[in-house]
Ligand binder design. Structure first.
Ligand code: NAP
Ligand code: ZN
Length: 349
């Protein structure tokens, strides 16, 4: 089917209107009109080809809220008119141990990404949610629970699940002590979700100016990483730290903040990091870990949790023609806390 999106035609180039063909829906496909799409920092990494996996022209976008406009003959869970969502994944092998475990993001044959992925049947390159329509197989389509505000839910599909998953993996609940580094799209969701799970939440920031903001989002305190005395006082005080910083950075100051058996989970920077000192790891049996998004079942669980607890991201709504300006602002961390594109602003040519 013919549709329109906004695409980058080359590395680091501005996004422009782009008419392209989506595959004709297969029997197990859901076809949707995209209503809203969040802008993740990963979209910017991909357009800049920071990870060496970009394919151009590229229509980014993996925080997608849509309305079903057609379903294939084998589709059972969805019907025309349903509110649905799609995140970072649109397919996986579905037969390996990880897929059978509901961990499609860890598929042994690599899951198919929503954009810059390779369709497992026809080999075409997948295109993301900054577009009018999307065609996705039923198993990778999520249900938007009743009561979740559609105009704000999009960022849950990446920022939400990427922070929800480590909180669940490390069994966060009442009494847990969680630190969050980097108060951006992912970071502010980590604060809201950990707080909704009953944890005691510390935002770790380079600047004291974020204190009121951190508390408004649900944090119990702000720890300023440049304040030596405060950092010393906070030694051994956290069970889990979620590090969302999007660039190479020094994690050494954060490790001793963990208590015995505590975990520093990196979800931001993908790639080399500076050296770290193993001494606080050995002597405190501390761990450094990483975590990629989450599986489909866990993403549905997260959406249901957010609907039940009324956890929603703080969004700034933009029109599609403002997307290049939004990228410039995101680069400077000038957004509270997620841009969401109102896709009604994108008209078919
Ligand atoms: P974002 O909205 O830009 O937020 C990043 C935050 O990190 C900023 O708000 C800022 O917070 C802090 N920061 C920025 N530059 C920094 C620097 N040079 N040193 C220290 N802190 C800095 O980005 P996002 O959308 O949350 O994404 C964050 C990272 O997660 C990106 O690299 C993205 O690709 C990655 N990601 C990973 C996954 C996954 O599956 N693991 C999924 C989605 C995204 P402060 O002002 O508080 O310092
Ligand atoms: Zn993302």
């Amino acid at each position: 089917m013919r549709t329109i999106g906004y695409a980058a035609n080359a590395k680091s180039s501005p996004l422009k209107p782009h008419v392209f063909e989506r595959r004709e829906p297969r029997p197990n496909d859901v076809c949707m009109e995209v209503l809203y799409c969040g802008i993740c920092h990963s979209d910017m990494h991909m357009v800049n080809d920071d990870w060496g996996m970009a394919v151009f022209p590229m229509v980014p976008g993996h925080e997608i809220i849509g309305r079903v406009i057609a379903v294939g003959s084998d589709v059972k869970k969805y019907k025309v008119g349903d509110s649905v969502a799609v995140g970072c994944l649109v397919d996986s092998c579905m037969v390996c141990d990880q897929c059978r475990n509901g961990e499609e993001q860890l598929c042994r044959e690599w899951a198919t990404l929503t954009y810059c992925g390779c369709d497992r049947i026809d080999g075409s390159i997948t295109q993301g949610g900054y577009s009018k329509h999307l065609v996705v197989r039923e198993e990778f389509t999520l249900k938007v629970p009743d009561g979740l505000d559609l105009s704000k839910a999009a960022p849950l599909l990446c920022a939400g699940i990427t922070t929800y998953s480590p909180l669940r993996t490390w069994h966060v609940g009442p009494g847990s002590r969680v630190g969050v580094v980097g108060l951006g799209g992912l970071g502010h969701m980590a604060v809201k979700l950990a707080s909704a799970m009953g944890a005691d939440v510390t935002v770790i920031s380079r600047s004291a100016s974020r204190e009121a903001e951190a508390k408004r989002l649900g944090a119990d305190r702000l720890l300023v990483s440049t304040n030596k005395a405060a950092m010393e006082q906070a030694l051994n005080s956290l069970d889990l730290i979620i590090d969302t910083v999007p660039v190479k950075h020094d994690i050494n100051p954060y490790i001793p903040l963990l208590d015995i058996d505590g975990t520093l989970c990196i979800v931001g920077q993908v790639g080399p990091m500076p050296e770290f000192d193993s001494a606080p790891m050995l002597f405190g049996r501390r761990r450094i870990a990483g975590s990629p998004i989450g599986g489909i079942a866990e993403t549905q669980e997260m959406l249901n949790f957010c609907a039940k607890k009324n956890v929603l991201p703080d969004c700034e709504m933009i029109t599609i023609d403002q997307v290049n300006e939004a990228y410039k602002r995101l680069e400077k961390s000038d957004v509270k806390y997620r841009f969401v594109i109102d896709m009604a602003s994108l008209k078919m040519a």
